[in-house]
Structure formats: C-alpha cells, structure tokens
Design a protein around this ligand. Structure first.
Ligand code: GH3
Ligand code: MG
Ligand code: MG
Ligand code: MG
Length: 313
C-alpha cells in the first residue's frame, strides 16, 4: 500500500524550482505517434512550468530538435516506420545532441526488450501507464542534471569563469542591450604582468594560484550584472553594463591597487603581482562589439608599453 502523492503539491514545488532555474524554463520534446497521449503528457508538464513541444511524425524530428533545442527527449518506443531506439540513434549521430537525455515511454514490460532499447541509445525507461508524478520527477531530475552538466562544461576549469567564446557572446548580448536602452557599456581587458616570470620562478602551480586569486578578486568586486571571462591564459575580459569608461576606470583602478597589494608566498618567499588593463566603452551607440574588444586590446598594449601595473583607455 503506497500513499498517493499529492500531485498539486508536487506540481507547485516543481513549478517553483522550474521557474527559479537560470536560463528559463526547461524544454522537453515529446516524440510519440499517439497525439492524444502526447497532449496529456504535454498538459502535465506545462502545468508545472515546463516548455513542451511534441512531434508525432518522426521525419520532422531533427528539424524540430534544431528549432526547439530540447533539454530532455521523451521517446515513444513503437511508432510506424521507425522505432524509438532507431530515432534515438539518429539523434546521437549529431555531436550537438550527445548529452541530451532520451527517456523512453512505453508499454513494453519485457525487461530484455527494455534493456536492448537502452543499449542502442537512450538513458532511461518509463513504463506506460505513466503516473503524472513519475513523469514530472523523471523529467525534472533529468533536465536539472543535464543543465548542471552543460553549465559546468561551459565554464573554465581553473577559475570557473566563462570561456573565451562565451564571454565574447555575452559582450555581444550586452552591447545589443546597451544600444536598445541607450546606456553605456564598458569592456576591460586585463592581463597579468610578467606572468612568465612567476611561472619560471615559482612554478606553474603557483602561477595557477595567482590566476585564481585574480579571478576571485574580480568576481568579488564586480557587480552581479557584470560579465567576466578568462579570455586566455592570464588574460581576462570584463563586460560592465551601464558603466561609462570613467566608471570602469575607477572600478578597475581600485581592483588594480588591491591586487597589487596582495602578498603571495611560495616556499618561504613572498612576492607581489600586478596587472595591466585596457578599457574601452560604448557610450554613443556607435561601436560594434569587435571594435570594443580591439580598442580595449590596443589600450592594454599601451598600458604594457608605458610601464605595466596601470590602466589605459
Ligand atoms: P606581459 O607583462 O607582457 O603580459 O608578460 P607575460 O610574461 O605575462 O606575458 P606572456 O604572454 O609572455 O606570458 C604569459 C604566460 O602565461 C605564458 C604561459 O606559459 C603562461 N600561462 C598561460 N596559461 C597559464 C595557466 O593556465 N597557468 C599558468 N601557471 N601559466 C599559464
Ligand atoms: Mg506508439
Ligand atoms: Mg601577461
Ligand atoms: Mg597575456
């Protein structure tokens, strides 16, 4: 005897978690030739705040995947023309879909046939008839884990910051937003001074600590709306929405001083590090994001040329 799950409570709890997700509601694609059943699942999932789309014609699956970009695929096992595992294998041929969880929904209770479906492709098996709570919790767990994995992979492993391509993308987003709102946006390109010497003198592991120390300091001192990425080895890019070049210079100047005052120690020896930074700003709706980076890079070069441990704009 099992106590029935209070579905409205579960739904409400899940809806709250779904809505609190960074990156918006989860996206789930249902692949089932039984459109009535698909509509039923769709209702249950969308009531909990999930964005759901459905495909009943397997020929349209890949096209739908590309336009909808699901985070979980719910796959019927038996459809006319194709089987679920065949479609799952087709999905997996594309590197972009290697990580999307595929969960079979089927009336198949034969364990051997279930296992053979899973061995071809796919991650889990739910047996029809499927209770609403099973559907919700399975989808929730799968979607959440998938999002955690892709978030973790998107981050630089040493610092946890955005990687090169992602900070460039964020810059593009922020420039677009700044143009729409007629607000300024600044970019700072930050590069640790004589970092090769740090590695050569104290070793690579010690150099890694210096990179982490600067990234932590930047993270702590930037605002929540700012975007920070590790642009290269010992080079960082900060995107500062709403900041004029004067605001950005003021902020970076205080970080430069604080970082320079940090005392590092290695094997009984103490040392200090510094960085140089180039700052550029989009204050008059004119510059595209590429030019912003180029200007920041040129300013950084100037800061290096004129003695390091300083900012230029
Ligand atoms: P400058 O003041 O002109 O910037 O001099 P620099 O020595 O900092 O510049 P350079 O570009 O010559 O050297 C950067 C060094 O950073 C070279 C590379 O071995 C090191 N580096 C890059 N990535 C990492 C990393 O992840 N960890 C460590 N420890 N070192 C790294
Ligand atoms: Mg079917
Ligand atoms: Mg350097
Ligand atoms: Mg460098």
């Amino acid at each position: 005897f099992t106590k029935p799950v209070d579905l409205t409570l579960l739904e409400r709890r899940l809806e709250r978690s779904f809505n609190n997700q960074q990156g918006g509601p989860f996206r789930v694609l249902i692949v089932d030739d039984d459109t009535e059943l698909a509509a039923r699942y769709q209702l249950v999932l969308s009531n909990a705040g999930i964005r759901v789309d459905a495909v009943s014609n397997p020929h349209l699956l890949l096209e739908k995947m590309r336009s909808f970009i699901p985070e979980v695929v719910l796959m019927d096992l038996n459809m006319p023309d194709y089987s679920g595992p065949e479609l799952a294998q087709v999905i997996r041929l594309d590197d972009d879909w290697l990580r999307v969880p595929i969960v079979y929904l089927s009336a198949e209770t034969n364990a051997e046939r279930q296992m053979s479906a899973l061995l071809k492709a796919g991650d889990d098996f739910i047996t029809k008839p499927i209770s609403d709570s099973t559907l919700l919790t399975t989808v929730y767990a799968r979607a959440q884990r998938a999002r955690m994995v892709s978030d973790a992979l998107a981050r630089d492993s040493l610092t946890g910051l955005l990687k090169h391509a992602d900070i460039k993308e964020q810059l593009e987003v922020e420039v677009e937003r700044a143009k729409r709102c007629h607000a300024p946006v600044s970019v700072a390109m930050i590069d640790i001074d004589h970092f090769k010497n740090v590695n050569d003198t104290y070793g690579h592991a010690c150099g890694d600590n210096v990179i982490r120390a600067l990234s932590n300091m930047l993270r702590q001192r930037l605002r929540k709306v700012d975007r920070l990425g590790r642009y290269g080895g010992e080079e960082f890019v900060a995107v500062l929405p709403g900041c004029s070049s004067k605001d950005a210079t003021q902020l970076l100047e205080s970080i430069r001083e604080a970082f320079n005052a940090l005392q590092f120690s290695y094997g009984g020896q103490q040392f200090h590090c510094s960085f140089s930074a180039g700052i550029s700003a989009c204050e008059d709706d004119e510059w595209a994001e590429e030019e912003l980076l180029e200007r920041a890079d040129r300013a950084l070069y100037q800061a290096k040329q004129s003695g390091r441990n300083r900012l230029c704009r």
